[in-house]
Design a protein around this ligand. Sequence first.
Ligand code: GLU
Length: 449
Amino acid sequence: MAVKLDEKLEPIYQEVLLRNPGETEFHQAVHEVLETLGPVLVKYPEFADKKVIQRICEPERQIIFRVPWQDDKGEIHINRAFRVEFNSALGPYKGGMRFHPSVYLGIVKFLGFEQIFKNALTGMPIGGGKGGSDFDPKGRSESEIMRFCQSLMTELYRHLGEYTDVPAGDIGVSGREIGFMFGQYKRITNRYESGVLTGKGLGWGGSLVRTEATGYGTVFFVHEMLKARGDSLDGKTMVVSGSGNVAIYAMEKAAEYGAKVIACSDSGGVVIDEQGIDIELVKRLKEVERCRISAYVDARPKARYIKQGNIWSIPCHVALPCATQNELNGKDAKTLVENGCIAVAEGANMPTTPEGIQIFQAAGIAYGPGKAANAGGVGTSALEMQQNASRDSWSFEHTEQRLEQIMISIHRNCYETAEEFGAPGNYVMGANITGFIRVARAMDALGLI
Ligand code: GLU
């Protein structure tokens, strides 16, 4: 990794490498945060003396367990599941569950580590955690998914609680899976404990806007970044990778701001629609029919589908990576900048590689890292917890306004912190430092934890 660490931080990173062998995504996430903390230790030497960074890099608790389940033919499958309870200085562990064959401890730890700072940035009382399983939901029937979720929760329930650990969705886990897990939790514990999971359905404790929140929040963030430069989304062309929950609602909100979204994708390929992506069609294909994005061109003959195409080669003003980690590399970043891209905001977690980030920053474009730009999802989860705690449910308008305020305040904090630490416009520094200081101060106040 190209960026050199401060001499106080390099040994901490070496220790992380040694203690967590083979967990490359976790190493990457830690390195990215440590790169920006040098000036913090100069200003707050007590954080170094008290080994706050070393403590933050070590999860409070890690749970790894077997999930046995039977498919529709009666065949037995064994998956592995994880819950990494990373940091509870600011509140109960909070973060999603990811179901994807690529999930292993290194992925869950990178996600959990990022979640600590992201959650701190929201200003809500939530700690950081993450979980998941190497279960592949692709091609599985609804009953198979239900049996898997029930088996997983039969072990996980004992580690959860509205004041302890509150999972939600992530890749492969949406309202349906949250429903199956909540049902099993309720059965085992004999408690209707709404606040134990977020992303619930609207009829049983869910919050309006939670489904839309990550994508909407990313667009609120990019809107703020452009506003800070005296610009706006109006009339801009945009590409959005992915076509899941985050991408769909990012496209929807971007269109409301007057941007023209011309491409989206899934792991099979890219759809380009110069007339502007038909968002209702994507919603139907992905949310109702649960099919591949290639089906888009059957309904919109003027659109093109490029199998295994690279979405970042499409010229655009604004790019929103909303698919998965490391989906945008140095070469892609170079292509985007050469094609006139002026802003990138991450709807996914760690979608840009370290080389890509360096290229965006050297080019001086507005670059909003995931910790800040995609915090609207978990921020709205905290609003769901708030509604559950007061047995209330808020209107769409009110909840969306709260989300917008959260994103505006994250932007302002990141912007001002970057200036304070001598790096104006550097949202990576702004986000990492703001999040870190909040967690570090709380850890310090709670004694040696
Ligand atoms: N998985 C989402 C994230 O990466 C949301 C987590 C949550 O709502 O708890 O932040």
